[in-house]
Design a protein around this ligand. Structure first.
Ligand code: SF4
Ligand code: SF4
Length: 335
């Protein structure tokens, strides 16, 4: 027997959740679907395919204050912003939830990033299985699946009668406490089929291609708009800077991209990755070589956003195929 919630009871449940959580859900903003806080269940846009931006911003914001320092009468005071409050991300796709698993390995490794860790602890993930795949989707090739429940607290699967409710964790159990669930024998639909992308030997292939002129050739067409990094649920490059105003210093953390020309610039103006090719190699090297070497998984969940957003059609699936085809080259030490 499965647990099921009807469509009208789902609406009632979401409205009940709003009393306890800040509910962040897909909404329609002009022509885009974006995860935003909602005030009522009717604000949620359920037929969204995939949102333009991943929900990563709700655990790792594009800009956040890490702390402020104020000076008064010769005394300095350091304050961290409050991070309390319970969030619930509703209708998160399994690939985006897997993105949090990849970020966890970085931000929760000792010493944990307190901002990310607190938000992570205070956030419940209600997943929504994908009923169809978009042409750019390839989650099944990088360890995920359209109906993967491993990284969510509850997984909803749409069926004719409403939604199947798979409660995965205690957090999920707490979130469904106010939901009117019924037991019913319902067969879940088969997940959509995705075109496979070969990732076999990709770590070794990326290492072998380190000194290949492939990167400069590919980078010729890259505009360094950084969109691929900003839409990605797994990218986590950031910059830290101070904003000083009338005796108050705010230390800010902002999203950045390893493809931005100034990302690795150091004091004195030296840039260890001076060419577009070196920076593009860094982006793909991080996803396909350095992160997997350190943590095991590829730093990609196959959401396809970078593919759909790139103005010059640089496609990570084609890059992986190209790398696999490149012959064995002499390997020099990583710079
Ligand atoms: S690299 Fe591209 S396909 Fe992979 S997770 Fe990031 S945006 Fe999605
Ligand atoms: S989206 Fe495309 S053009 Fe823009 S930085 Fe990424 S690879 Fe380059």
């Amino acid at each position: 027997m499965s647990q099921l919630i009807s469509r009208s009871d789902l609406t009632a449940w979401i409205n009940a959740l709003l009393a306890e959580y800040t509910v962040i859900a897909p909404t329609k903003v002009d022509s885009l679907a974006l995860y935003q806080p909602v005030k009522r269940a009717d604000d949620i846009f359920m037929d969204f395919g995939i949102t333009a931006l991943s929900p990563k911003e709700w655990l790792f914001p594009p800009t956040e204050t890490l702390f402020t320092i104020t000076t008064q009468d010769g005394t300095m005071k350091l304050e961290a912003p409050p991070l309390d409050g319970k969030n619930l991300i509703f209708a998160i796709r399994p690939c985006d939830a897997r993105g949090f698993r990849l970020l966890d390995k970085v931000f929760l490794a000792p010493p944990a990033d307190t901002h990310y860790a607190q938000r992570r602890q205070n956030t419940t993930l209600i997943g929504l299985a994908c009923s169809k795949a978009l042409p750019q989707c390839f989650c099944t090739s990088v360890g995920g699946a359209p109906n993967d429940a491993s990284d969510v607290d509850v997984l909803l699967t749409e069926v004719e009668e409403g939604y199947l409710v798979n409660i995965v964790t205690e957090k999920g159990q707490a979130a469904v406490a106010q939901a009117k669930l019924i037991e019913k024998d319902v067969t879940p639909p088969s997940p959509p089929n995705l075109k496979p992308v070969s990732t076999e030997g990709i770590v070794e292939a990326t290492l072998r291609a380190y000194n290949d002129d492939y990167w400069e050739r590919l980078a010729d067409r890259c505009t360094h708009c950084n969109v691929c990094a900003f839409v990605c649920p797994a990218c986590y490059c950031f910059d830290v800077r101070d904003h000083i105003n009338q005796g108050k210093t705010e230390r800010l953390r902002c999203w950045d991209s390893c493809q931005a020309p100034g990302f690795t610039r150091v004091a004195g103006g030296y840039t260890p990755r001076p060419t577009k090719g070196a920076r593009l190699r860094q982006r793909f090297g991080h996803k396909l070589l350095y992160y997997p070497q350190q943590y095991g998984d590829l730093l990609c969940v196959g959401c396809g956003r970078c593919i759909a957003s790139c103005p010059v059609n640089i496609d990570i699936r084609e890059v992986m195929e190209d790398l696999q085809k490149l012959g064995v080259k002499s390997v020099s030490a990583r710079a």
